[in-house]
Design a protein around this ligand. Structure first.
Ligand code: PEP
Length: 259
C-alpha cells in the first residue's frame, strides 16, 4: 500500500443506540490514545446508525478525538418528499466525512441496483462526503470463477462518467458477499487479486495516477488475527470491518495491525 494512508472503517450496521455509541467511541479513543504512536499513520472511521451521529459528533468534535465518522447509506436525492430517507447534506452538516454506498446488505435487502448505487456515489461527492463504495460477488459467482468480472462490472457502473478528481475522492471496498458476517474470510491472495483488478479498472477511464492513489479496502470477517496478513498485500489499503468493530479491543487491535 505504498504511499496510501491505511484506512480502518467500522461498520456497526444496525447495532448500538446513541448511548452505547457514546460509550464505545469514548472507550475506543482511550484505547487508541494509549498507543498513539502506533496508529498515527492509520485513519480510523466509525460508521454508526444515523440516530447515533449527533452524539458521535458532539463527542468527536467536543473532545477533538482523532476519529472520523460517517453514515451507512444516503439518499440519491438532496431533499424533498422522500419519507424515511437521509440526505448527504444532512450527513455533511453533522460533520460526517464518509458514507457507505452499495453495501451488499442494501443491495440484497433493499434491492439497490448498480444505477442507484451510482446515483448515491454522485450524491455523496456532491456533498463533499467520501463514498466507501462496496462491491463484491456472491458465493455462486466465486465458485463459477467469475468474481473479478462481477466486481469490475459493479465498479464500472458506479464510477461511469466521473472525472478523475471525483474518482480520487472515492474509497472502494471489496467485500465478497460470502465472507460478510460468516467468519469465512477471503485468503490474502484472493483479496489481493480483486483489489488489484479494482485499481486496474479505475486506471482505464481516469489514468494511472488516480488509480495509484485510490484506497481499496477489503471487508469480510476481518479480525485481529487475520488483518496483518491481508494488509501485507500490495493493493489492500485497509479494511471495512463489521462484527469485530463492535468490540473496542478487537477494533483497536485491527487499527494497530502493524504491532
Ligand atoms: C461488513 O458489514 O461490511 C462486514 C465486512 O462485516 P463482517 O466484518 O462482520 O464480515
Amino acid at each position: 500500500a505504498t504511499g496510501r494512508t491505511p484506512l480502518m472503517a467500522g461498520n456497526w450496521k444496525m447495532n448500538l443506540d446513541h448511548l452505547q455509541a457514546t460509550h464505545l467511541v469514548q472507550k475506543l479513543d482511550w484505547t487508541l490514545r494509549d498507543a498513539r504512536h502506533d496508529h498515527d499513520q492509520v485513519e480510523v472511521v466509525v460508521l454508526p446508525p444515523f440516530t447515533d451521529l449527533r452524539s458521535v459528533q458532539t463527542l468527536v468534535q467536543g473532545d477533538k478525538l482523532r476519529l472520523a465518522y460517517g453514515g451507512q447509506d444516503l439518499s440519491q436525492h438532496d431533499e424533498g418528499a422522500y419519507t424515511g430517507e437521509i440526505s448527504g447534506a444532512f450527513l455533511a452538516k453533522l460533520g460526517c466525512t464518509y458514507v457507505v454506498v452499495g453495501h451488499s446488505e442494501r443491495r440484497e435487502h433493499h434491492q439497490e441496483s448498480d444505477e442507484l448505487v451510482a446515483a448515491k456515489v454522485r450524491a455523496a461527492l456532491r456533498h463533499g462526503l467520501t463514498p466507501i463504495l462496496c462491491v463484491g460477488e456472491p458465493l455462486e459467482v466465486r465458485q463459477a470463477g467469475q468474481h473479478v468480472e462481477h466486481v469490475v462490472t459493479q465498479l464500472r457502473a458506479a464510477i461511469e462518467g466521473l472525472e478523475g478528481e471525483q474518482v480520487s475522492r472515492v474509497v472502494v471496498a471489496y467485500e465478497p458477499v460470502w465472507a460478510i458476517g460468516t467468519g469465512e474470510v477471503a485468503t490474502p491472495d484472493d483479496a489481493q487479486e480483486v483489489c488489484a483488478a479494482i485499481r486496474r479498472t479505475v486506471a482505464g477511464p481516469v489514468g494511472d495516477e488516480v488509480a495509484a492513489g485510490l484506497r481499496v479496502l477489503y471487508g469480510g470477517s476481518v479480525k485481529p488475527g487475520n488483518v496483518a496478513e491481508i494488509m501485507s498485500r500490495e493493493d489492500v489499503d485497509g479494511a471495512l470491518v463489521g462484527g469485530a468493530a463492535l468490540s473496542v479491543d478487537d477494533f483497536a487491535a485491527i487499527v494497530r495491525y502493524q504491532h
